[in-house]
Design a protein around this ligand. Structure first.
Ligand SMILES: [Zn+2]
Ligand SMILES: [Zn+2]
Length: 402
């Protein structure tokens, strides 16, 4: 039977009207009250509130919640949830699920919410106007988000929190400086536009123009100018290492969000900062320098002559190894990859590895582990070139399946 053509996603009217209405109201406000007529302190407050919301997104929504690149105390998580909500980009839960989709299926037309190959306008703002059903959204882990009381609370009361911190607070601030209308227009509306478009530039421009020092497996790019406007997120080709709390490993990478996280760690309210290993970063850079001689393109694989000098196991020997050592082993490309010592560093999370690992119980009925090849080659999680090289280093045997 012929499969039905993909359905056009429904227009998200509520979002569209709010988004366009805010732009029109801000434009009209600036026309009626040009910056020259506004007290300087209110213009300064515009920049401060824009930057605060920006850190709420980059440090909170992105690095803490989407990628779990560090842990933070309840107070810090709550503060980030409040300033992040003031950016009017949806709740932490809504944002993170889509962002995880973006990383897992970058450039995929159906599953990357801000798919760059669909055009600059679509990846910047076009996607906001639609309500698509992402076929692979159910594969994205959400337990950690649903288990966090801050995330649950912020999701439930998102609209009142966003309005209070994004609109009412700036307006009251304006009133305390004797200009309530300017407070509403500048630190209220204009600051919302700044935070919107600077975040969206990461989805559009940072997937369109810039350098690729770490990977050319997707459209992500590094753009210094963007880093200035986005609290350091412009070093976007670091996409390959999303679990790293930094947006770039070099001291010269402009990354105020990293400096905020380091300060929080110094104060004892953030801990467990995760980094990509220097070896993996160097391997990615070296690969890009020597670039491409055996690379098959997006979602492809590195084709190399396999020279395996280690043991070859049967399925029974594989299971015996797992049971004897209590090891977490994933079967990929016909090799047993022992990820026991690597699980915590896995950018895709521990759960994903456990889900597709060879089960420890002898005679376990679950056959999911036989789908690991599919899962890690784009089905659930696309492995980058760096990840594939790393996997090769922790292979323990070739496996012949019966
Ligand atoms: Zn991206
Ligand atoms: Zn990310």
């Amino acid at each position: 039977m012929a499969s039905s053509p993909p359905q056009r996603p429904a227009i998200w009217w509520k979002n569209s009207i709010f988004f366009c209405g805010t732009h029109l109201a801000a434009a009209y406000g600036v026309y009626r009250r040009p910056p020259a007529t506004v007290p300087k302190i209110i213009l300064v407050a515009t920049v401060v509130l824009w930057q605060l919301a920006s850190f709420g997104i980059t440090v909170g929504y992105h690095r803490l919640y989407s990628h779990r690149s560090f842990n933070a105390s309840l107070g810090i998580r709550a503060a980030l949830a409040l300033v992040g909500a003031s950016a009017f980009q949806g709740s932490i839960k809504w944002w993170c699920l889509r962002h995880r989709l973006h990383h897992r299926f970058t450039d995929d037309e159906e599953n990357d919410p801000y798919c760059a190959p669909r055009g600059l306008l679509f990846s910047h703002v076009g996607w906001i106007f639609f309500k698509p059903n992402y076929p692979k959204l159910h594969l994205i882990e959400r337990d950690d988000l649903e288990d966090d009381p801050v995330v649950r609370w912020q999701h439930q009361y998102f609209v009142p929190i966003a309005v209070t911190f994004g609109i009412i607070f700036p307006t009251v601030l304006g009133a305390t400086y004797g200009d309530v209308v300017a407070g509403f227009i500048y630190p209220g509306l204009v600051a919302r536009l700044l935070i919107w478009h600077c975040t969206f530039l990461i989805n559009s421009l940072a997937h369109w123009d810039g350098l690729q020092p770490y990977s050319d497996e997707n459209t992500s790019r590094t753009n210094f100018l963007l880093a200035i406007f986005t609290a350091g997120e412009g070093n976007h080709n670091f996409h390959t290492f999303p679990h790293d709390y930094r947006s770039g490993p070099a001291k010269t990478d402009w990354d105020p969000s990293k400096w905020v996280i380091l300060t929080l760690a110094k104060l004892g309210v953030a801990w467990g900062l995760r980094r990509a290993t220097p070896g993996d970063i160097a391997a990615a850079q070296a690969y890009m320098l020597s670039h491409g001689h055996n690379y098959n393109g997006a979602h492809g694989t590195v084709v190399e002559k396999e020279e395996w000098t280690g043991p070859t196991w049967t399925e029974a020997e594989l299971k015996a190894h797992v049971e004897r050592n209590g090891a977490c082993v994933v079967l990929i490309d016909g090799y047993a990859v022992d990820v026991t010592g690597y699980m915590k560093a896995h950018p895709g999370g521990v759960k994903l590895l456990r889900d597709y690992a060879v089960p420890i119980e002898a005679g376990g009925k679950c056959d999911k582990w036989k789908e690991a090849d599919w899962a890690f080659n784009g089905g659930v999680n696309g492995h980058s070139q760096v990840a594939r090289q790393r996997m090769k280093r922790i292979r323990v045997a070739r496996v012949t399946m019966t």
